[in-house]
Design a binder for this molecule. Structure first.
Ligand SMILES: Nc1nc2c(ncn2[C@@H]2O[C@H](COP(=O)(O)OP(=O)(O)OP(=O)(O)O)[C@@H](O)[C@H]2O)c(=O)[nH]1
Ligand SMILES: [Mg+2]
Length: 341
């Protein structure tokens, strides 16, 4: 895929250049070099579910901050990915996918999208190059028409489409919306991401950094653990199960345990107790699996990933619980959202 960016036509005509004045060369003390410009701002990643927003956040940050799955509506709460360089600080906001909300959970998801649109300096709209344009995409554009911020169109997943399918997508979108930039990308394979970052930095306002250099995200360890567990569940379940499953971390306990390899010494361990909420008893049976096989597998995979993150032994206890109608329960939704910190 060539590194191309296509500019939308709706742009102001360039001002005619003023005639250059001849500059007299003066001897004398040199002026101090101008301070390099530092660009800071928020970039909202938005789009329909499954278009690759979380994959892009992880690729841009070079590490896994957000969970990813092939099921729609994976992201439920916005998270930040903060990238600081000597040129600027770009604060990427990974958002839930835009959809028509049916439950209180989904209304809250959409509220994250709206507030991210309000606070962003640039919006990146991700579309899936493998999907046909439909009503859902029209709905997204309608929302964007109310936004004053510049919008970049990112045509994602170009690694799995024929090259000649991308130009017609660009042509179609150009007629529908005055995008500031149109960039074909692959979040998964890293195609054109350097071009994207350069154009984003250029579009951000000149400002001091908001976060310290060490800050990478705004999510707590507790929220991250809950998301890791949910990601493993999503990889095994289908139909309505992805939508009715939530994870709540009941407790995280850090301890020192006798190290059986080194007599008299101790080693750190983390105990994590988590509840997996589903809506009905038949959901509970599916998530537990035959003789507990599914929840056991989820536990093994989630524990390994949490161990990699904390760098030591983890004990993970998972309980599957029925919380009827939790997607419309303010209490449960507050509990789950409250984990983010
Ligand atoms: N081939 C290919 N697959 C991709 C690319 N980007 C994302 N995917 C896949 O698309 C699926 C959805 O990715 P996510 O990053 O979870 O999508 P999302 O937009 O965050 O989805 P929601 O959180 O549900 O809104 C996953 O299976 C990804 O592996 C890409 O550039 N190429
Ligand atoms: Mg996501």
């Amino acid at each position: 895929m060539p590194r191309t960016t296509t500019k939308a036509p709706a742009k102001k005509a360039a001002k005619p250049a003023a005639p250059k004045k001849p500059r007299a060369k003066k001897a004398g003390p040199k002026k101090a070099a101008p301070k390099p410009v530092f660009k800071t701002g928020y970039v909202a990643l938005i789009g329909r579910p499954n278009t690759g927003k979380s994959t892009l956040l992880n690729a841009l940050l070079g590490q896994k901050l957000a969970i990813v799955s092939d099921k729609p509506q994976t992201t439920r709460i916005s998270i930040l990915g903060i990238k600081t360089t000597d040129k600027g600080q770009t604060i990427f906001v990974d958002n839930p996918g835009i959809h028509k909300p049916l439950h209180t959970l989904n209304k809250r998801m959409m509220n994250f999208v709206y507030s991210s649109l309000e606070t962003s300096d640039v919006v990146c709209l991700l579309v899936d190059a493998t999907e046909k344009f439909g009503h859902g995409d029209e709905y997204v554009l309608e929302i964007l028409r109310r936004v004053k911020t510049p919008v970049f169109l990112l045509i994602n997943k170009v690694d799995i489409v024929r090259k000649d399918t991308v130009l017609p997508i660009i042509g179609h979108y150009k007629d529908l919306f005055p995008f500031r930039e149109i960039i074909p990308i692959s979040a998964l394979k890293g195609v054109n991401l350097d071009v994207l970052e350069g154009l984003l930095t250029a579009a951000l306002p000149e400002a001091e950094k908001i976060y310290s250099d060490e800050e990478i995200s705004d999510q707590s360890e507790r929220f991250l653990f809950a998301e890791i567990i949910r990601e493993k569940i999503l990889s095994y379940v289908t139909q309505e199960l992805p939508f009715v499953t939530a994870v709540y971390i009941e407790a995280i306990e850090k301890k020192e345990q006798a190290d059986w390899k080194k007599e008299g010494e101790t080693r750190p361990v983390t105990l994590v107790r988590a509840s997996i909420f589903v809506e009905k008893d038949n959901h509970r049976k599916i998530v537990i699996g035959r003789h507990g096989s599914l929840v056991k597998q989820v536990g093994i995979e989630a524990r390994r990933e949490i161990e990699e993150y904390v760098g030591h032994k983890v004990y993970l206890d998972l309980q599957v619980r029925v919380r009827e109608g939790w997607r419309d329960s303010k209490d449960v939704l507050d509990l789950i959202e409250g984990q983010k910190g």
